[in-house]
Design a protein around this ligand. Sequence first.
Ligand code: UD1
Length: 341
Amino acid sequence: MNKILVTGGLGFIGSHTVVELQNEGYEVVIIDDLSNSSEKVLDGITAITGEKPIFEKLDLKDKADVEAFFAKHNDVKGVIHFAASKAVGESVKEPLMYYENNIGSLIYILKELKKLSSAAFIFSSSCTVYGQADELPITENAPVKKAESPYGNTKQIGEEIIQETCKVVPTLKAIALRYFNPVGAHESVEIGELPIGVPQNLVPFITQTAIGLREELSVFGDDYPTPDGTCIRDYIHVVDLAKAHVVALGRLLKGENKTSYETFNLGTGKGSSVLEVVQSFERVSGKKLNYKIVGRREGDIISAYADTNKANNDLGWKTKLSLDDAMRSAWKWEQKVREKE
Ligand code: UD1
């Protein structure tokens, strides 16, 4: 059984990926510093798969701890690296913290992988690397634009570090997955998104408003050059996204990769406006959402959705779940979380 390390494995996308890895028979070791997650997520994972993954609380900024971890787990065959800080606004206020958290940890892990006889590495990147792309849908060949925030910059620099390392470390193979907008929760509602404080992202803000935690959703701008005037994004169900990680890992482990470093867009290929997301929520929940149109949010791009051809053809992966599926599961999850409080 291949042993896979999942960093940040108790987070939103990480936990869903751990489930899919276990479903495919991988042995999973999670490391997480619990800075933005809870150890209770382990129970959710175990409830779904019937198997408790190994968990070690570890801060990836601690070089000695990372070295000790790999000395103990020198049979790791692959790493899926989710652990990172991800709040765009916070990154503008605390750039050094973001570079230390997101770049420092990446370097320590790669240094350890360099020592192994072979290693597969999957990196959480983001469509944020494209900024406002000149052409839609966005292909992997679209130019990487100057990052709008230190957070975005850590994804660009991270990709470059990995690519340059792969060039000179023949035993290392890597894939950077550029996520569009991950939403939804596992069908079992044992795991889902757990934002701390006021959510910055659209879908958790919608569900928290519907449950009564927030008064109303502010829709940031309806004067964009789009059909209904609101911004367009590619919302991908987190379970579809999680499955793509397992496929990408398998590609590297089986040696099916074309080059030692590859990038793939992970999206549905379909753009949805903010108002379409609201309508989807209202349709599946049967609830009317309280919202108002306000001014634009600084730094928002107008429209982004993925060209999925490369992922579909080369990975043999396709999304199966719809925006309605995602909104339904996000709503079920929100209700379950609040029931417990
Ligand atoms: C944001 C980040 C992006 C990150 C991604 C992770 C910014 C500018 N970008 O992307 O770097 O990779 O999250 O998921 O923060 N909206 C509202 N009202 C709200 C919240 C959002 O109208 O209360 C709108 C936004 O204007 C946007 C859409 O909903 O058009 C999606 O917003 P969000 O969920 O924050 O994602 P992104 O901005 O695409």
